[in-house]
Design a protein around this ligand. Structure first.
Ligand SMILES: [Zn+2]
Length: 204
């Protein structure tokens, strides 16, 4: 798997992330690209509006708890939590995964000079901000029909798209953090990582 090449590909990351939403098939086809665009913009705007250079300081100021947790990593159990946000104000980062993946990441050209934890933190911080500021990605509801019932639900993939564009914009990254997620998995679960990368490449 060549992540340097992948990082330079012109991939529609929003489309990839949206296609993973469990309600994806309920979203009318003619609304999909607009939703993706709105989510990307929402993340970028949140980054522009955030008056903070150092996100760790910002979290400290906002009394956001940051927890580095340990986990036993096994390839067959590949659904690791890389990082997560828990309401109202806790961010958890997977220290075991960071430690395991770091040598590999540092050997990648596309990744040089970046700090993995900064990128994961930025992503999770977006989830804090979207809740606190009730941003588009929280408020947007999809109305859909299941049998005789009309339902309304959030599209969680929109939050993921915005969190990625927030992290990319705030840290001024020359690649999408989606690539980082795949590269983080690679040293532990190479097959799964490649499978995801292939899915990413067929998105147009
Ligand atoms: Zn997320």
């Amino acid at each position: 798997m060549d992540f340097d090449t992948l990082a330079q590909e012109d991939i529609n990351y929003g489309k990839y992330l949206l296609s993973q939403d469990h309600l994806y098939k309920k979203i009318p086809e003619n609304q999909r690209s607009k939703l993706i665009q709105q989510a990307v913009e929402c993340g970028k705007t949140a980054a522009e509006n955030l008056a903070a250079d150092d996100l760790w300081d910002y979290c400290h100021q906002e009394k956001i708890e940051i927890e580095f947790f340990q986990e036993e990593l096994k390839a067959e159990n590949f659904r690791f939590v890389l990082a997560e946000f828990q309401l109202p104000n806790r961010i958890r980062l997977n220290q075991s995964l960071l430690t395991a993946a770091e040598p590999f990441l540092l050997a990648q050209d596309f990744f040089k000079d970046q700090r993995v934890a900064d990128i994961l933190l930025a992503h999770e911080l977006y989830h804090y901000l979207e809740n606190q500021q009730q941003l588009f990605t929280i408020k947007k509801q999809l109305t859909y029909q299941t049998g005789p019932f009309k339902r309304q639900a959030r599209l969680h993939a929109l939050s993921e798209i915005a969190a990625m564009s927030f992290a990319q914009a705030h840290l001024d990254l020359p690649f999408s953090p989606v690539i980082l997620n795949l590269a983080l998995l690679y040293p532990i679960a190479p097959d799964y990582s490649e499978q995801l990368a292939k899915r990413l490449l067929v998105i147009d």
